[in-house]
Design a protein around this ligand. Structure first.
Ligand code: HMG
Ligand code: MG
Length: 307
């Protein structure tokens, strides 16, 4: 039995644009979010409050968040989330008026020690300790807290990652008080059975409503991995418009699975998402145009050429 409804969490404005070598104008980031909302996406990761020394592409986080939540712009049906690595990031996310705070923060660690260190300069255990006051403050302020486990299927430095490692980190996130656990194949090396095994490990600590899959398409397996998780009843998936993305600390990883390709799959399966494919293609065309390229995803190219 496949789920009747799937929630797509759009991560292009954050996970996608963090990987672009050229600067992207703040106004273009805000316009991208507007177009995604217009397409019906109701959960969007808009930016990250990380160190600008580590991730200069996200240095305009405050302005992006304020822009998408400005009076007259903000769509109250949409949940905006922002990545936060430490208390300094949370304080920056909460520096403006309450209306411009994110609805939810995302704390991120990894199932592989080497990646955790390269990405956040600390061990997995230290990352969880660092999140303790972050999660406590976010919860006290009434914000949602998603936890994300990078390199849950494979690591660029350590190779294959075991489901047990995923389970241990999921247990840590649960103990912290995260209300959601994202299982991320950051470098896109996983295949269907391994995706299911990693998800099962997360499901030992979180309910089905509280897990999501985040797949990169490096080896062309992302849609198959999503289908494998759908078969388990998982009904929340991250995706990135126009397949934007990657992580500078994950050598060799290509983009996230393209939202339009996931939507094409789900539509074909008769699964409701509330997202309009044609309007989503407008968002894909817009951001690809601003980046000086055509829409790279196969579904995007095919559907746009048939317009
Ligand atoms: P660090 O260098 O160990 O931290 O970095 P630090 O405390 O020594 O700070 C260094 C400098 O950064 C200091 O500035 C701090 O003030 C500043 P200085 O005193 O030298 O002028 N700083 C900050 N500035 C703004 N906001 C902050 C902040 N924190 C420190 N929050 C740290 C540790 C965690 C900060 C750093 O490693 C970092 O920011 N890492 C983030 C890297 C990143 O953004 N990676 C991509 C996101 S994860 C991802 O893409 C994977 C995921 O999408 C899943 C998937 O795709 O599969 C989630
Ligand atoms: Mg990603």
């Amino acid at each position: 039995m496949l789920p009747a409804h799937v929630t797509l969490v759009e991560v292009g404005p954050r996970d996608g644009l963090q990987n672009e070598p050229q600067p992207v104008a703040t106004a273009d980031k805000i316009e991208l979010v507007r177009l995604l909302e217009h397409a019906g996406l109701r959960h969007i990761e808009v930016t990250s409050f990380v160190s600008p020394k580590w991730m200069p592409q996200m240095a305009d986080a405050c302005d992006v968040l304020a822009g998408v939540r400005a009076p007259g712009v903000r769509d109250a049906r949409v949940r905006h989330s922002a990545l936060v690595p430490n208390l300094k990031g949370l304080e920056a996310a909460l520096a403006g008026p309450r209306e411009s705070w994110p609805d939810e923060i995302v704390v991120f660690t990894a199932a592989s020690e080497s990646f955790c260190r390269r990405n956040t300069n600390c061990s997995i255990e230290e990352s969880l300790e660092r999140f303790e006051p972050v999660v406590a403050r976010a919860r006290a302020e009434g914000l949602g807290v998603r936890g994300s486990i990078s390199c849950a299927l494979g690591c660029p430095y350590e190779g294959e990652v075991s489901p047990d490692a995923v389970g241990r980190v999921a247990a840590g996130l649960k103990a912290l008080g995260a209300d959601h656990c994202g299982v991320a194949d950051t470098i896109g090396v996983g295949t269907a059975l391994r995706a299911q095994a990693a998800m099962e490990a997360a499901l030992r600590h979180f309910d089905l409503d509280a897990v999501s899959g985040h797949f990169h398409d490096t080896c062309g397996q992302a849609l198959v991995n999503i289908y494998a998780c759908l078969q388990m009843g998982v009904h929340t998936f991250d995706a990135s418009v126009a397949g934007l993305g990657g992580c500078p600390y994950a050598r060799g990883a290509t983009g996230n699975v393209a939202t339009e390709e996931v939507l094409y799959l789900l539509r074909g399966l008769g699964i409701d998402t509330g997202v309009d494919l044609d309007r989503l293609l407008d968002a894909a065309s817009f951001i690809s145009g601003q980046l000086g390229r055509s829409v790279p995803s196969r579904a995007g190219r095919a559907l746009l050429s048939a317009r």
